[in-house]
Design a protein around this ligand. Structure first.
Ligand code: FA5
Length: 339
């Protein structure tokens, strides 16, 4: 039995030398030390050993088991280290390799202009509100003093959803909505998307406006012009030339429009500005008393002024863009130039 034990030890250690993986090592452990392993078989045969030899054989079994366990453990550790080193070598990072770089995004020119306008108005004491893009005929037209069949409806070619619901053609309906719920005096601006069946180099079917409305006891056309001049100065700086023209809107009386020097010809006259040298930026005026009354505001006590600025037109002028529709094409080469 002693020889048998020494042979088991010798065979096991020899096999251990050839073990290359942790799986093979586990198989070897099962083969020699497992329940059905060679050493366990010897222990089972102890009954046949003479009683006086049992302690000697028992001690030898333990010694063989211990030395095999230690050898297996050591081999296991060295296999694990080898595996780790191999992984580290294959996954090593070459810190000298040049990086691919991260492309940095930027705000869209329309967002930048809108942010600038809003923050300038907030600095002047305006609150910002938003309204629905899907609007009723009542707020879009009737509450703005444009009754059904009024010729002024032709000024804005509208996208109707049903007979009484449409995509808002301007941000002005928010004047009526706010007049109904706010107690004067107040100053609000309303930025947002608007929709018209228009498309050429200065018109897009989807565009943005920012409405402004000031209601107080003593406001006048003079206040409106001072405010707009100040706003234009903040947005354009001192250099850009602006001019006011008389205009007509059913919801303001009197009404004006503000033009700026054309970004393409700088006032010389070109295709974009139809030879005038100017580009229309906004409509404005003193709120028609009928609009105040329809929304429940006493027009003998309160007056108001309002304006509606075309955001893409402003972005066009500020960035010298000859075709407004380019702002919506999302051509990355164009957007990179606009950073
Ligand atoms: C209006 O929409 C009035 N609601 C503005 C207003 C508000 C007047 C308050 C008085 C008081 P108008 O249709 O002119 O007005 O449009 C205002 C501005 O929106 C224009 O000056 C222009 O800058 C811009 N705009 C109009 N249509 C388009 C379009 N299809 N694409 C891009 N910008 C447009």
């Amino acid at each position: 039995m002693k020889e048998q034990l020494l042979k088991i030890k010798e065979d096991a250690l020899k096999e251990l030398g050839g073990v290359k993986t942790l799986t093979e090592l586990n198989d070897l452990r099962v083969k020699y030390l497992g329940k059905a392993g060679a050493l366990t078989a010897i222990l089972r045969g102890m009954r046949e050993v003479a009683p006086e030899d049992r302690p000697i054989i028992g001690a030898l079994v333990n010694e063989v088991r211990e030395s095999l366990e230690n050898a297996i453990k050591e081999r296991g550790e060295s296999l694990e280290t080898e595996a780790l080193n191999a992984r580290l070598a294959s996954e090593s990072v070459d810190i000298t390799e040049p990086s691919r770089g991260q492309a940095r995004g930027a705000l869209h020119p329309v967002t930048r202009v809108l942010d600038k306008l809003i923050s300038s108005c907030v600095d002047m004491g305006f609150s910002v509100v938003q309204g629905p893009e899907v609007e009723t005929d009542y707020y879009n037209f009737e509450a703005m003093n444009i009754p059904k069949n009024h010729p002024a409806r032709d000024m804005q070619d509208s996208f109707y959803i049903t007979d009484s619901i449409l995509l808002r053609t301007h941000t002005s309906p928010m004047q009526a909505r706010e007049l109904e719920v706010r107690k004067p005096p107040f100053k609000i601006v309303v930025p947002g998307a608007t929709y018209r069946n228009d498309s050429d180099s200065t018109h897009s079917p989807v565009f943005h406006q920012m409405e402004g409305l000031v209601v107080d006891e003593h406001v006048s056309m003079a206040d409106l012009k001072i405010m707009l001049n100040e706003l234009m100065k903040r947005v354009f700086g001192e250099g850009t030339k602006t001019r006011f023209r008389p205009a007509f809107f059913p919801f303001t009386e009197p009404s004006i429009e503000l033009d700026v020097t054309c970004p393409t010809c700088h006032g010389e006259g070109c295709r974009i500005c139809k030879g005038t040298g100017w580009l229309e930026l906004l409509g404005a005026g003193v709120v028609n008393p009928k609009v105040l009354e329809m929304s429940g505001v006493d027009s003998r006590k309160y007056k108001g002024f309002a304006f509606g600025i075309g955001i893409e037109r402003l972005a066009m002028v500020l960035n010298g863009v000859p075709d407004l529709r380019t702002l919506f094409k999302n051509d990355i080469r164009f957007l990179n130039q606009m950073r």
